[in-house]
Design a binder for this molecule. Sequence first.
Ligand SMILES: [Zn+2]
Length: 148
Amino acid sequence: MSISEELIDKLKQLRSESLSIDDFRSYVKKASDQHSRSLSPGALIKLKRGDATTVLGLGKTIVAPCAQCKSLPSERVFSGLSDHENCTRQVRDAIQKNILERVSKPSWYQPEPGQLGSEGYYKCASCGSLWCLVESERNYPGLWERIA
Ligand SMILES: [Zn+2]
């Protein structure tokens, strides 16, 4: 297994909660020299010291989305009520087509402070990527984003 395949594997284990953040960090530290060839110094520091939310937020740029993920709505802060409704409808369709499944909040995930609306969490049934839909609430527009 190449070093980047190994990193992708570890990131997947972290997001599915089969690897703890501490074990992930010790893996990155051990393989630090090899990773420094393919990752920027800033990215490496985030992987070594970030909490799981930060690590997996960066990890989504390393773990590529699958073809099914690409059919999902694009990540965004909603521009208004109808944008929010469109996205909610697309997510509901994706669940009906068994592309997404609803999951409970990953234990490692910490939403942004100031996020007012209630959240729903979803997993891509084919690759395991994790997504979050936050409802609009008062001045808060709501959003759809891949969290891992
Ligand atoms: Zn996927």
